[in-house]
Design a protein around this ligand. Structure first.
Ligand SMILES: CC(C)(COP(=O)(O)OP(=O)(O)OC[C@H]1O[C@@H](n2cnc3c(N)ncnc32)[C@H](O)[C@@H]1OP(=O)(O)O)[C@@H](O)C(=O)NCCC(=O)NCCS
Length: 208
């Protein structure tokens, strides 16, 4: 498996990246911000993405987004092709994009929002901590990305204070050290997720 910083030579993979993200969101039945091949091209051109390939076959991808005038960086769009899941590939890709982020933007806070336990686990091991949305960027362009998510009405209803996603943040000033010993409490995460779903989706359904 080859995990590299992506460039223009990887343009041909933009479509499969977008399709795999969209397909996976459909299967999971969760919300996701939509990405277009043109958007992925920009990431490749700027050297702000990591791609995993096995013998030229697309295996996984993740990219960097910069917000709030370089104060915040998000590692977004993590996707592992179904053929390559549960082999630790997402962990390797996330580590590579995390290292790239800290190298290119050493003072930026790195953050993400996610409904996925796998991502939560990986982020936690990299040194991210769960935070409220108020700790994340207030750059409207970032939150605009949520408009294509099917849960966007929740974010609007709560005036951007909370949603089904959990916010996670790595602050380089706090020098959190990545450690494999600290693990996410999966039970607590799933409980929190189900409470949020009951709270937010119930209101939503009762409107119909
Ligand atoms: C989520 C995803 C990236 C995981 O990729 P992967 O290569 O299979 O993940 P890894 O093998 O590196 O697993 C990392 C950890 O997450 C766990 N994990 C993997 N898939 C999981 C799942 N569906 N549910 C719960 N935990 C999961 C693994 O057990 C591992 O935990 P461990 O450290 O305790 O062993 C992949 O399933 C995917 O692309 N899904 C669709 C897109 C998506 O959900 N992206 C995230 C958007 S928020």
């Amino acid at each position: 498996m080859e995990i590299v910083i992506a460039n223009e030579s990887h343009f041909k993979y933009a479509e499969i990246i977008c399709d795999t993200i969209a397909e996976s969101a459909k299967v999971r039945g969760t919300g996701i911000a939509k990405r277009t091949p043109e958007y992925i091209h920009k990431k490749l051109e700027n050297g702000n993405a990591v791609i995993a390939l096995e013998d030229g076959k697309f295996a996984g991808f993740c990219y960097i987004e910069v917000w709030g005038h370089d104060k915040f960086v998000a590692n977004s769009g993590l996707i592992v092709h179904p053929d390559f899941r549960n082999q630790g590939l997402a962990k390797k890709i996330k580590k590579a994009v995390f290292d790239l982020s800290t190298k290119k933007f050493p003072t930026a806070k790195i953050f993400g929002i996610t409904t996925g336990l796998a991502v939560m686990k990986i982020n936690y091991e990299l040194g991210y901590q769960p935070v409220t949305f108020s700790e994340l960027t207030d750059d409207p362009q970032f939150w605009k990305g949520c408009q294509t998510c099917k849960n966007f009405d929740i974010l609007t209803r709560t005036e951007q204070k909370m949603c089904l996603c959990t916010g996670m943040l790595y602050d380089p000033a706090k020098k959190q050290k990545p450690t494999n010993k600290e693990k996410v409490n999966s039970k607590a995460f799933n409980r929190l997720k189900s409470i949020k779903e009951q709270l937010f989706l119930k209101k939503n359904n009762s409107k119909k």
